[in-house]
Design a protein around this ligand. Structure first.
Ligand code: VGL
Ligand code: ZN
Length: 242
């Protein structure tokens, strides 16, 4: 290398070393500043989905402290609660000869069958005790009609019945919807996809979610979300306040 070349190289190395960690992160993944018109939707952080629950999601309890922290950065937070009748059509127990995680055909299409979970008013349906978001402005219950499931917080599984959440967000001027909670591949994914269909920006905070991953459902859910322009982000991509 020529003397000039070496000098340029040394100057370049020094400049590189001076690049701050935050600058590198900004380059790797643009930081997202939370806006007034953003809402965090915390999906189904309920006892039945916690380790030891009837439809346990692995490490489901691990995301609770992170969700509490994230919620403090948002002006608007909505919680959802899976809320089934004791004889709900999505329960394997209602279909003689069927086991959990098998499927049945229902008038609205294929339904995965689940262990009994989140029965209205039971301890299992309660929000996890560690969830600490007193500012949450709405708790939306879903799946409360015996004949129709609702993974989505926007639209029931019949694909006809609106929950009203889309109207609520729209009337309150909320445009960008961030998702955290359980489970990534069912209620979070279906909610994020419907958010897109209803004209919202949708971002799933991956490390603030956990999945069930039944027969490849997690990879399939991410593929569908990516195709629908749902953004897959990490909690570290968010910068505190605006
Ligand atoms: C859920 C399966 C059945 C969820 C709810 O919250 O993802 N999954 N009911
Ligand atoms: Zn359910």
């Amino acid at each position: 290398m020529s003397r000039g070349g070496r000098r340029r190289f040394l100057a370049w190395s020094a400049a590189s070393a001076a690049l701050s960690v935050s600058a590198i992160r900004a380059w790797a993944a643009p930081a997202i500043a939370v806006r007034e018109s953003d809402v965090l939707i915390v999906v189904d952080v309920q006892n039945c989905f916690m380790p030891g629950g009837s439809l346990a999601v692995k490490d489901g309890d691990r995301i609770v402290p992170l969700i509490n922290r994230l919620a403090r950065s948002f002006k608007h937070v909505v919680l959802t609660q899976d809320w089934h009748t004791a004889d709900h059509v999505s329960f394997a127990s209602q279909h003689p000869g069927k086991k959990p995680f098998e499927t049945v055909q229902l008038p609205y299409g294929t339904q995965v069958l689940w262990p009994d979970h989140c029965v209205q008013g039971t301890e299992g349906a309660m929000l996890h005790k560690g969830l600490d978001i007193p500012r949450a402005e709405l708790i939306l219950r879903k799946g409360y009609r015996r004949e129709v499931d609702s993974y989505s917080a926007f639209l029931e599984a019949d694909k006809k019945t609106q929950t009203g959440l889309g109207g609520y967000l729209q009337q309150r001027g909320l445009k960008r919807v961030f998702f955290a909670g359980l489970a990534t591949d069912f209620c979070v994914a279906w909610s994020a996809l419907d958010a897109r269909r209803q004209g919202f920006e949708a971002l799933v905070i991956e490390d603030a979610c956990r999945g069930i991953d039944n027969q490849g459902s997690l990879a399939k859910a991410w593929a569908e979300m990516t195709a629908a322009a749902v953004q897959r982000i990490q909690s570290t991509d968010l910068v505190e306040k605006t």
